[in-house]
Design a protein around this ligand. Structure first.
Ligand SMILES: *[C@@H]1O[C@H](CO)[C@@H](O)[C@H](O)[C@H]1NC(C)=O
Ligand SMILES: *[C@@H]1O[C@H](CO)[C@@H](O)[C@H](O)[C@H]1NC(C)=O
Length: 334
């Protein structure tokens, strides 16, 4: 019986897929992230040459002080100004204006730049609009660089871990199909050529055949219609573990994160997102395994009882994830 060896391969694949956070490189802020980070630092700043109390996007298109400041920021912290095209597009839509090019700061000397006031998240205070050029401090800029980097990282993981659910079951079904093919192949070979290695016998006796808790219920089903209970339990345990790992790993939280200052809020927001996405990813599986005539029954030859068991467990996990998602979001906005 090869199915045990195949399932350990599946296990390795799944773990590799879900748990690569340790391999993730340290944040490198460059390119688009850099351009965006500069912009984000200015979000709470108002300039006096923009109309009063307009949205940030409007200030972006109307305030020359802002436009010079952000170009300077790009000049100092980024290798290239990567954001002009998108902002230019937005300005076209908002008021038909064009976002100026880098030339807007051509007249500034190094001495001018040294004189420019630096700001961070709290200082100077934002009571009055500023009538001068402003530059984010290095530390504040770095904070936003890290924030955007972490944000992108977490969202990538949301996406991959959502897919991990479907991939896990695709591997399980693939193992089932292969196993079935091997059994048929084995049965067709002449008796003298059949291999009956000792490990095979051990696996058959200890892993495949027995019921999960030692009861002899496997005999009730007979044949190959039902996935043996111990394999079923192992598969489900592995799936539960993957769900836990995928909900717990793949985040980058830190004090001072731009969108959510406290780590508690970051956890609420991103764990809620993650569980919501994984729950959503589990829904098609609940539906697939719950159908009496489904394509996976046909592929693997395992009976409806097996899939009904999978159906229930995927359903329980998805429900639990949906609850965590809702509670997390509720706690975040309260
Ligand atoms: C902004 O968009 C306009 C119209 O699409 C274009 O003519 C102009 O060159 C653009 N400016 C920059 C800086 O890309
Ligand atoms: C912001 O800058 C002020 C003045 O330079 C400094 O006292 C303060 O600690 C800074 N705040 C943060 C959060 O870095």
């Amino acid at each position: 019986m090869r199915s045990w060896r195949l399932s350990s391969t599946a296990y390795c694949l799944a773990v590799l897929f879900c748990n690569n956070s340790a391999l993730a490189a340290a944040p490198v802020v460059g390119g688009t992230v850099c351009g965006k980070a500069c912009r984000q630092t200015f979000r709470t700043l108002r300039f006096s040459d923009a109309p009063d109390w307009v949205f940030f996007a409007v200030q972006e298109c109307t305030s020359r002080l802002y436009q010079q400041s952000v170009h300077l920021c790009w000049e100092i912290y980024c290798s290239e100004d990567v954001w002009i095209l998108e902002i230019n597009q937005t300005c076209q839509e908002i008021d038909g204006s064009q976002f100026p090019t880098h030339d807007i700061i051509a007249g500034l000397t190094d001495e001018d730049v040294v004189q420019i006031a630096r700001f961070n998240a709290t200082s100077p205070d934002r009571v009055h609009p500023f009538a001068q050029l402003m530059l984010p401090s290095r530390a504040f800029y770095d904070l936003w660089g890290r924030t955007l980097d972490a944000h992108g990282y977490i969202w990538d993981k949301h996406y991959y871990y959502g897919w991990a659910m479907g991939i896990f079951w695709a591997v399980v079904v693939a193992v089932g199909v292969l196993n079935r093919a091997l059994i048929q192949w084995e049965a067709c070979r002449p008796r003298a050529f059949r291999t009956q290695q000792r490990t095979d016998v051990w696996f058959k006796r200890n892993i495949l055949a027995p019921a999960t808790f030692g009861r002899r219920c496997v005999q009730d089903f007979g044949g190959w219609g039902t996935l043996p209970p111990r394999v079923r339990t192992l598969t489900l345990t592995l799936f539960v573990l993957i769900n836990i790992v995928c909900a717990v790993y793949g985040y980058r939280f830190f004090e001072g994160y731009g969108y959510y200052p406290t780590i508690g809020m970051q956890i609420l927001r991103y764990v809620s997102d993650r569980t919501g996405i994984i729950s959503f990813a589990n829904f098609p599986l609940i539906w697939l395994f719950g159908m009496r005539n489904n394509v996976v029954i046909w592929l693997t030859g395992w009976d409806f009882k097996t899939y009904n068991n999978f159906h229930r467990w995927v359903g329980r996990l998805a429900a639990l994830q949906a609850i965590i998602h809702s509670v997390g979001y509720t706690a975040l906005i309260l």
